[in-house]
Unconditional design. Sequence first.
Length: 186
Amino acid sequence: MASVNKVILVGNLGRDPEYRVFPNGEGGVTNFSIATSYRMRGQDGNWRDETEWHNIVLFGRNAENAKTYLKKGSSVYIEGRIRTRKWQDKNTGAERTSYEILGDVMQFLGGRPADASHASSGYGADAYDEATSSSQRNEHAAATSVAASVSPATPVATSYGQTAPSAEPSLDKSKSLDDMEDDIPF
């Protein structure tokens, strides 16, 4: 039987991302936590917010972009899967469990960074635009949107070899609006 392990989160970073390079020097990993809130009515009838914290792990290009552009308080969209980690606490010897989200898709939300540190480091608005668009083109982005460089009539191939629908339905331009039926089919 098939199974699904998919998580979609939209939240705000609770701390600055931590980037580490792998020991072999090829690539790296970025870790950070995001908060998501849920508004609910308590037993007393008053509204209250419940906040959940999620540990996020990113690899490759997403890890580099998160390190460069995200900071505490940034809004971000994460799509990935849950991974369970178990270890033994060094102090108590008790077995501990934590859950983290391995992010496959990351999308910056809320606009461009405003601080000058990005411009002085060579990461200006053009680099930000490049990071938010090029690293996000995967099967999710291809299936839900068409990049500006692709003509609307061109089908977009996803990473699974499928073809995503084009942004505009193909219309037979030889028919005029007068030729269409006025009856609604339901």
